[in-house]
Design a protein around this ligand. Structure first.
Ligand code: C2E
Ligand code: CA
Ligand code: CA
Length: 588
């Protein structure tokens, strides 16, 4: 009691006179801090009568109570160590964070500052200043959660995933084994997001996250990288890691065949998976490279047709790099005027005169030379570049056709066909773009023919019919391209406002040699006639094919037999002297 009184006097004295600003601060660092004095062995000999605190040891308990009694078992060692340090040297002060009992049997975080004032006669012990940092700790924890977990799905994010991959790789290096990464990307997620709205998109992501987690063991990490990309880290794979990871990939694909309930309706949403493995033999692999490999493999799975998996191999890299380069180059191709439109003559088979041309785009690449459309149209389609690119082709084709009609008048005037990609066909500005292109070129709508593939029309027949009808109302002719490759229902075909049916060249190739192809082509021709459509055969390469088509009353055709796609100048020459140009049949 005497000691306590003395101590209180001393503390008050220090505070009042501030003889030593330093010491004062070390004792009372915060208004709500708790101050204890312990003897050098750690027994509490004094509790400052501060306001009610949440600390259990702020209450009076039995005498001779050890401070350590209130400290978390896991923090005992740290306390012991620092206590030894401080107790050994009078004047020494040190700070550490410890968990200590609160008044309700829980734990709070305190910043403990120990100052050895054993030489100060009136204190004669170690002053313990306890500053409550529980709230700050909680906040820090929240920050960590935000920094390492995805807020939508609560899955680990990229940062945490990379950390876990690194740790897994360290373990692999230490004690062999294999680490597997599965990169998962939802197919056509953009369509869900655009069509059903972002909120529904989010619902899908959360549901997808749950399904993925259900396909793996609890010890595996399922992380969300962002957007619709997820990654699964598989550790402790057995002796046949490829088989094991493949099995998981198959399980995921199967799981995603079940529909998701979105906005009250069932939707089937598939995903594509890329797998990358690392073991001790995989040299110099870091987390980021392994992740990139899995990404590259996923990319391959997508381009191979989606809803499937691919396992990474080193060759994939070069393919991807060149594709990524191509994509970047394509963005610049338009402004650098590297695109060209070539035209393939379409002939009246009976008279063998050129009555139409089909516009076919090419890319004069600065280093790779002339690139065929099948190599870059899919990229343009995927990236949306097809919209400006397609518009440019349309304008160019209309301009050329108008010029040819003027220079080489014929009856009926030369017609031009332009291909429309799926994305162009579904684009909101299609009608105004087409109208403007015609007006700017001064071309009559009746001279323009738009080709749309069967698959595009069948994707959403109702809206296709509306679009086709609007184009038709402008006075444009419409063709169904690559006919026979899709699965057109005949009842729909009847409802479509079409003018021309183009027989796909895969059927034309076999005629005269394959009875089945003969039958198919004949059937298509008679079907077209009964629907009132004109027929054009594509890909005629031999005189025999041309002869058969003529016999079966196919009126028009195009193919290498007559001419390859030609530059505009060559078309001009052909129209200027049609007989000469086509007689040789050697234009290439
Ligand atoms: P498509 O519309 O079916 O065009 C016909 C393709 O068949 C052309 O290929 C043409 O060169 C080729 N061809 C013509 N006659 C023969 C022949 O006798 N034998 C063989 N083996 N092939 C022949 P190309 O120019 O490589 O175009 C390929 C595809 O790219 C086109 O198929 C079309 O779907 C697309 N495409 C071309 N230009 C454009 C365009 O401006 N816009 C869009 N959206 N797609 C385009
Ligand atoms: Ca075509
Ligand atoms: Ca075609």
């Amino acid at each position: 009691m005497l000691r306590r009184l003395r101590a209180e006097t001393v503390l008050a004295g220090i505070a009042a006179t501030r003889r030593s600003e330093q010491r004062f601060k070390s004792l009372v660092r915060h208004a709500a801090d708790l101050i204890l004095i312990c003897d050098t062995s750690g027994t509490i000999i004094y509790r400052a009568p501060t306001a009610e605190t949440a600390w259990a040891f702020s209450r009076e308990h039995s005498p001779d109570e050890m401070l350590s009694r209130w400290i978390h078992p896991d923090d005992q060692a740290a306390l012991h160590e620092i206590w030894q340090q401080v107790a050994a040297g009078p004047g020494v002060s040190n700070t550490l964070e410890l968990r200590s009992r609160d008044s309700q049997d829980g734990w709070r975080n305190g910043e403990f500052t120990l100052t050895n004032l054993s030489q100060e006669l009136e204190v004669g012990g170690i002053v313990v200043n306890v500053h409550d940092v529980t709230e700050r700790k909680l906040f820090e924890q929240q920050l960590i959660t935000q920094a390492f977990y995805d807020s939508l799905t609560s899955l680990p994010n990229r940062a945490l995933l990379l950390d876990r991959i690194e740790q897994a790789l360290v373990r692999v290096r230490r004690r062999n084994g294999t680490v597997g990464l599965v990169f998962f990307d939802i197919d056509n997620f953009k369509r869900v997001n655009d069509g059903l709205g972002h909120q529904t998109g989010d619902v899908l992501l959360v549901a997808a996250a749950k399904r993925l987690a259900a396909c793996v063991r609890p010890s595996d990490t399922v992380a969300r990288l962002g957007g619709d990309e997820f990654v699964i880290l598989l550790e402790q794979l057995t002796s046949d890691p490829v088989a094991e990871v493949t099995q998981i990939a198959q399980r995921i694909i199967k799981e995603f065949r079940k529909p998701f309930l979105l906005d009250g309706k069932d939707y089937v949403v598939s995903g594509s998976l890329g797998i990358a493995l690392a073991d001790t033999a995989t040299k110099a692999t870091d987390g980021a490279s392994l992740l990139r490999n899995a990404d590259v493999a996923m990319y391959r799975a997508k381009s191979d047709g989606k809803s499937r998996y691919a396992i990474f191999d080193a060759n994939m890299h070069t393919d991807i790099v060149s594709r990524v380069e191509l994509e970047a180059d394509l963005r610049r191709a338009l402004e650098r005027q590297e695109l060209r439109v070539h035209y393939q003559p379409i002939l009246h088979l009976e008279s063998e005169t050129c009555i139409e041309v089909e516009a076919l785009v090419r890319w004069q690449h600065p280093t790779r030379g002339l690139i065929a459309p099948l190599e870059f149209i899919p990229i343009a389609e995927e990236t949306g570049l097809i919209i400006p690119l397609g518009l440019w082709v349309l304008e160019e084709a209309c301009r050329h056709a108008a010029a040819w009609q003027l220079l080489y008048p014929s009856m009926p005037p030369l017609q031009v066909s332009v291909n429309l990609s799926p994305r162009q066909f579904e684009h909101a500005d299609l009608l105004t773009d087409v109208q403007r292109a015609l007006e700017q070129a001064g071309l009559s709508p009746a001279s323009l023919r738009l080709e749309v593939t069967e698959g595009v029309i069948m994707r959403d027949t109702e809206s296709s019919i509306r679009t086709l009808q609007k184009l038709k109302n402008l006075g444009i002719r419409l063709a169904i391209d690559d006919f026979g490759t899709g699965y057109s229902s005949l009842s729909y075909l009847k409802m479509l406002p079409l003018d021309v049916l183009k027989i796909d060249r895969s059927f034309v190739r076999g005629i005269g040699q394959n009875a089945e192809d003969d039958a198919i082509v004949q059937a298509i021709i008679s079907l077209a006639k009964s629907l009132g459509l004109a027929v054009t055969a594509e890909g005629i390469e031999t005189t025999q094919q041309a002869e058969l088509l003529r016999q079966w009353s196919c009126e028009k055709g195009q193919g290498f037999l007559f001419a390859r796609p030609l530059e505009a100048m060559q078309i001009s020459a052909l129209l200027d002297a049609p007989q000469n140009a086509l007689l040789g049949r050697s234009i290439s």
